[in-house]
Design a protein around this ligand. Structure first.
Ligand code: BGC
Ligand code: NOJ
Length: 833
């Protein structure tokens, strides 16, 4: 096979991905910030920042789908002189190559855990910028180190650049009749303040500061860039002369101008700080129309020297050290170890923080947090910072309705459900069980079930979280169709299987258009499987609570009876699937509005779908009758290709009015037979439960970024260090091309799959269950797992077996069963298969 062009490589020791060519096939980005202040940054310093909510608190402006791609960001322009045969010539360059695109003598971008370092060198000058958001601070630090590596004294001019967004990222892109008149700034020393709309209802402003006296500035974009120029050649920079402009309306920006002289070998640091401040209503102004800068001054004072910034950076690194020490594997396979120990866990943190809101494919103005998405994301994150997962569960449950249905999405800033999309996605409720059970198993904290949680955020409507779980299960039971299978509603996990929508109007959204619910027979086998999996979890939880009697705090519930009630519902669902959900070689996908089969051999196209194979094999429905094995074999036969398993096969070749958005996509893309990576792990877990370790591993490695990185940096196109939502499937024009990187449930599912089912370290109520499922070729490996107050070193000896634990010793003593009983302290565990 021909080796494709490479743009970078992993540096595992530093936990970095090192990009060595700025012209990657697509911007390769990173995320900065962990809790409140966030930034997206590309390998050429493009991107933007926001506070909590990418729609309502956008701090800097970004233009999606721009030409050229990824234009705009935090730019440093360095103006130098180059001596040639014709005498001196001015040369302008940027450490990240863009936007001037002056060829550099050296370029490198290192994306690390919560930071990015971009270094450029040109004509004996090195500019290295470290970007990060310090822990608990509402600011992005940009520490620029300028070094003179030549033997001459260098006299340089430095311009910084940021463009402000007028806060609401949606109206910023459309309401120009207003926007061009509202922009306001203040300038104080080396700080430029952005205070648009502060005079009225906003109690927040932003600032851009540098810790050195400046020799000039600009705050008006047109004056700085020039109406007929571009970011690549701003007039002020090209002439080496700031204009000291003061923006009134139009487009406010922030640019510092600094003159720098460097002796040979000399280096200087400049700390730039992009900050965000909120003031109390009665403390907004220091005098009429002058913003109160007290908090900005305090924030600046915390980060205004190299020493303070280096300390903040060291704290960030320690924070990540601690997070990544919770689960560490050593298998000797670098490609596996780096994904498990570094990048998969990192991506889980990012998806937990952002849900599907802001990436280079998600504009930040659309979806906020998804109900189902966030429940799944937290399963990949709960071991890292359990209290944050706990809060997330409460926030999510607060957007539920009294009948167990729920808002499909909510806004992170307000935590309120989005009325634009509403509810009616009938898989949503089950995911609350999935998330909550994972949280309790990780922490042993049953008290979360006693938390009083409202409906639709209405004060006074609170019931216990346990009650929310109960009505979630009941929502499925109360919405069964003619085959006693779950009614699908607007859609299940597959947002694009819109069986009740019936749209011929291209201006309608498949997802928000009023569905025909009267008389629908549309049922989902995906929800059926999901109900069985989460129902079994719910039953086990109730049994556990019955055993804890009294200790859980919740009173008035007979948990044993509740367990029995739900077990019956689960058994009934299993029967319904066996009777009405089996097509002979695989599980059906759904019944449509009229009760006709979807995902059946009888269909012309899309005879088989992945989701129901995944969920029904995870639920082990009909395993005793060979259904599970047949279904898994069918996935291999019909869905698998070189780049992973496609969602359905054959692809839809035409629009089907009764099916909705799924058939709107060209063949091989997105939900129409794309490799929708999120669902591959479902089948992989099905394989693991069935003990088929070779198959599980081969499916897993196909979509594991480190394996793809080695072969396909160009074809794959998007970042090689994280999973993307979708890889073009076998029917697509370019199979293997990735899209929608970063924000995908794939992260959490890859983590859940590898950590719990392949490597086999599974948190449980009373301890850690050990149950790996491996390829025959696996050799001995060790997992260091911090769990509650304990620290386990677990060594597994597979001995060529794919599955089946034979012996376990805990601190030298044999134990029976597969659960290591939890006890605080350090423990050594040996496992043989
Ligand atoms: C996409 C889905 C996505 C949904 C929600 C659909 O068009 O295909 O993947 O979940 O929109 O925005
Ligand atoms: C992306 C959405 O975020 C997720 O909720 C959905 O399940 C998948 N697309 C599949 O349609």
């Amino acid at each position: 096979m021909e080796q494709q062009k490479r743009y970078g490589h992993f540096d595992d020791q530093h936990r970095e991905y090192v990009i060595t060519d700025p012209q990657t096939p697509w911007p390769w980005i990173n995320y900065l910030g962990n809790e409140d202040f966030f930034s997206l940054i590309s390998n050429t310093a493009g991107g933007y920042s926001f506070y909590k909510d990418a729609k309502f608190r956008r701090i800097t402006r970004y233009r999606y789908n721009n030409v050229p791609m990824d234009n705009g960001g935090r730019y440093f322009y360095i103006v130098d002189k180059e001596t040639g045969s014709q005498g001196d010539k001015t040369i302008v360059w940027n450490p990240g190559w863009k936007p001037c695109k002056t060829p550099l003598d050296f370029y490198e971008c290192r994306h690390g855990m919560g930071y990015t370092r971009i270094t450029g060198r040109k004509n004996g000058v090195e500019a290295s910028v470290l970007f990060f958001v310090p822990l608990k601070k509402w600011a992005e630090v940009q520490k620029l180190t300028l070094s003179n590596t030549s033997s001459e004294t260098k006299t340089l001019k430095l311009f910084s650049f940021e463009e402000w967004c007028l806060w609401n990222a949606a109206t910023d892109m459309e309401n120009f009749q207003r926007n061009f008149s509202t922009g306001e700034v203040e300038i104080e020393g080396s700080t430029i303040y952005h205070k648009t709309e502060y005079r009225e209802r906003r109690n927040h402003y932003a600032f851009y500061h540098v810790n050195t006296p400046i020799q000039g500035f600009d705050t008006d974009r047109e004056t700085f860039v020039g109406l007929y120029n571009e970011f690549a050649d701003p007039q002020a920079v090209m002439e080496g002369k700031p204009r000291n402009s003061h923006a009134h309306g139009w487009s406010p920006i922030a640019s510092h101008y600094i003159e720098v002289t460097l002796a040979p070998g000399e280096s200087k640091d400049f700390v730039f700080l992009l900050g965000y401040v909120e003031n109390e209503q009665d403390e907004k102004f220091e005098k009429p129309q002058v913003i109160n800068k007290k908090k900005a001054h305090a924030l600046i004072a915390e980060l205004d020297t190299t020493e303070k910034v280096d300390k903040a950076f060291a704290e960030l690194c320690e924070y990540w050290d601690a997070l990544l020490n919770i689960y560490k594997v050593k298998t000797g396979n670098d490609k596996l170890d780096r994904m498990v120990n570094i990048w998969n866990q990192y991506q889980c943190m990012v998806t937990f923080n952002f849900s599907r809101s802001a990436s280079f494919f998600e504009s930040g103005v659309g979806r906020g947090m998804g109900f189902r998405d966030s429940n799944q994301d937290l399963v990949g994150f709960v071991h890292q910072i359990p209290p944050r997962a706990r809060q997330r569960i409460i926030d999510i449950a607060s957007t539920q309705f009294p009948d167990g249905g729920c808002y499909h999405q909510y806004q992170p800033l307000t935590k309120r459900g989005n009325n634009d999309i509403g509810g009616g996605f009938n898989d949503d409720p089950c995911w609350l069980i999935f998330g909550t059970v994972a949280y309790i198993k990780e922490t042993g904290d049953f008290s979360i079930l006693d938390e009083m949680v409202p409906f639709d955020n209405q004060p006074g409507s609170e019931v216990t979280l346990f009650e929310h779980l109960k009505i979630s299960m009941d929502h499925v039971i109360n919405n069964l169709g003619p085959h006693m299978l779950p009614l699908i509603g607007r859609a299940d996990w597959n947002d694009c299987l819109n069986l009740n929508c019936f749209s011929w109007d291209p201006n309608e959204s498949f997802q928000t258009t009023e569905n025909v619910s009267e008389g629908t027979k549309a049922e989902s086998l995906m929800i059926a499987g999901l109900f069985v999996v989460t129902g079994k979890d719910y039953v086990a939880l109730c049994r556990k609570l019955a055993g804890l009697s009294g200790k859980s705090g919740i009173s008035g519930i007979d948990f044993a009876a509740e367990a029995a009630r739900m077990q019956q519902a689960v058994d009934a669902m299993i029967e319904a699937v066996k009777k009405h959900g089996w097509d002979g070689e695989w599980y059906l996908r759904a019944y449509d509005f009229y009760g006709r089969k979807i995902g059946s051999n009888e269909c012309d196209e899309a005879k088989i779908f992945i989701e129901s194979q995944g969920w029904c094999t995870m639920a082990e429905i009909g395993a005793e009758d060979g259904m599970v094995a047949k279904s898994l074999d069918s996935c291999k036969k019909y869905l698998e290709c070189e780049h992973g398993m496609v969602l359905n096969n054959p692809a839809f070749s035409k629009y089907i009015y009764e099916y909705g958005e799924i058939s709107s996509y060209p063949e091989g893309y997105k939900e129409n037979a794309g490799i929708f990576c999120h669902n591959n792990p479902w089948v992989i877990i099905g394989e693991c439960l069935a003990g088929r370790g070779n198959d599980a591993w081969s499916h897993y490695a196909k979509i594991l970024p480190s394996y793809v990185e080695e072969k396909y940096q160009t074809l794959h196109k998007v970042e090689p260090y994280v999973n993307c939502q979708m890889v073009a499937g076998k029917d697509a024009f370019k199979p293997g091309e990735g899209k929608n990187s970063w924000l995908t449930g794939t992260a959490a599912w890859m983590w859940y799959t590898v950590s719990e089912f392949i490597l086999g370290i599974k948190p449980d109520y009373d301890g850690i269950r050990i149950d790996p499922c491996l390829p025959e070729t696996a050799t001995d490996y060790t997992v260091n797992r911090k769990f509650r107050e304990a620290d386990y070193e677990i060594t597994i000896h597979p001995n060529g077996a794919q599955k089946g634990v034979k012996t376990i010793t805990l601190d030298g003593q044999p134990i029976s069963g597969t659960v290591i009983p939890y006890s605080p302290g350090k423990h050594t565990v040996e496992v043989t298969l």
